[in-house]
Design a protein around this ligand. Structure first.
Ligand code: SF4
Ligand code: SF4
Length: 342
């Protein structure tokens, strides 16, 4: 546990991985807490927060923006959290050029690769956070057949890597990340930096346990259709989507339980199959997305067999529960069974 109170934390955010900036955009939709709440100090007890993200920065890029990177490298931003967005290309597989870079080296006039920034900054960072599935595990850019040899941050730095403060790489997957999932994780780290929280609880893949400990299916409000063997056969139907390609029962994600923004939206809960976008095996192990997952055939077959009988029995009970008790009627006599006691 960090016990030394810090007054300010800088967040140095590299969006120059192989990515689409979707996670940077996504977090602007957060409300618990919002980015504005964190930056403007609306939450008591937190350190002041200075965010350096090229998508959201006042400086709009350029040399003045890059000064934060050089300050971080010189150890002048202390402490800072390094956030990496986008997958990490393999710069060793080619002789010239670069896959991804940010800024220009004044000494050489050459672009500074994203990998080099990670090499320079990760050892100085109080904590390193990978945002989105590309940065955490490689994601779509690291799919079979890609030319860049892309990988996740832990593949690049090492899965047992820890910051100088003893914090493992914090992985917040999702494609894109669910807005409040990331902001909650950041909030936790700020509380930890302030000495107000113990070490962030992570599973063995670096995911915050309170966000990724359960499956999509365990939080899906179509789960009761599955249990009753009632499966959708076309899009737009309200039933369970497993036969249309939903991987929810084996995917760790809280989106259907949480909703996307302010409890609204999601994936299978609102009619879209879960494609496993938070998982290290995404996307290759889930494709083709719109086919029924092979492993689902056995459980849906069993659920279909007993679920039909259960549903019929429940419908009988439901029809009795849809009738009011007989004593609720007009008449000269009380028929409720009331017994006067005095
Ligand atoms: S739609 Fe997907 S997550 Fe929801 S109950 Fe069906 S299989 Fe599970
Ligand atoms: S429910 Fe599935 S598709 Fe939706 S965000 Fe979670 S893992 Fe991705």
């Amino acid at each position: 546990m960090t016990r030394t109170r810090v007054e300010a934390v800088h967040i140095v955010w590299i969006t120059a991985g192989l990515g689409c900036d979707g996670d940077s955009v996504s977090i602007t939709a957060a409300s618990q807490p919002s980015l504005e709440d964190v930056i403007l100090g609306a939450i008591p007890g937190l350190p002041r927060v200075y965010l350096h993200n090229p998508v959201l920065a006042y400086e709009l890029g350029g040399d003045s923006f890059m000064t934060w990177w050089y300050q971080a490298e010189r150890g002048e931003l202390d402490p800072f959290v390094l956030v990496v967005e986008g997958s990490i290309p393999n710069e060793r597989i080619k002789r010239e050029g670069y896959w991804a870079a940010l800024g220009t080296d004044p000494a050489t006039g050459q672009p500074i690769t994203t990998c080099e920034w990670i090499d320079r900054l990760a050892p100085k960072a109080w904590a390193v956070v990978a945002i989105g599935t590309c940065a955490t595990y490689g994601g779509i850019h690291a799919m079979q057949g890609n030319p860049t040899g892309a990988m996740g941050l832990a593949d690049y730095l090492g899965h047992s890597w820890k910051s100088w403060a003893g914090i493992p790489i914090v992985n917040v997957p999702g494609c894109p990340v669910q807005p409040d999932n990331f902001m909650e994780t950041l909030l936790y780290l700020l509380y930890q930096a302030a000495g107000l929280a113990p070490m962030i609880p992570l599973d063995d893949l670096g995911r915050p346990t309170w966000l990724f400990g359960r499956t999509v299916h365990e939080g899906c409000d179509r789960g009761s259709y599955y249990e009753q063997g009632d499966f959708a056969t076309e899009y737009g139907a309200p039933q369970c989507l497993v036969k249309l390609g939903c991987w929810g029962p084996v995917v760790q994600c809280n989106v259907p339980k949480r909703g996307w923004m302010a409890g609204i939206g999601g994936c299978p809960n609102v009619g879209g199959i879960c494609i496993g976008c938070t998982m290290p095996g995404f996307p290759d192990k889930f494709m083709p997305f719109m086919d029924e997952p092979p492993g689902a055939k056995l459980s849906t077959g069993i659920a279909g067999a007993y679920g039909g009988a259960i549903r019929a029995l429940r419908n009988i009970t439901k029809s009795t529960l849809n009738k009011e008790p007989s004593w609720r009627r007009k008449g000269q006599e009380l028929a409720t069974g009331y017994q006067p006691r005095w």
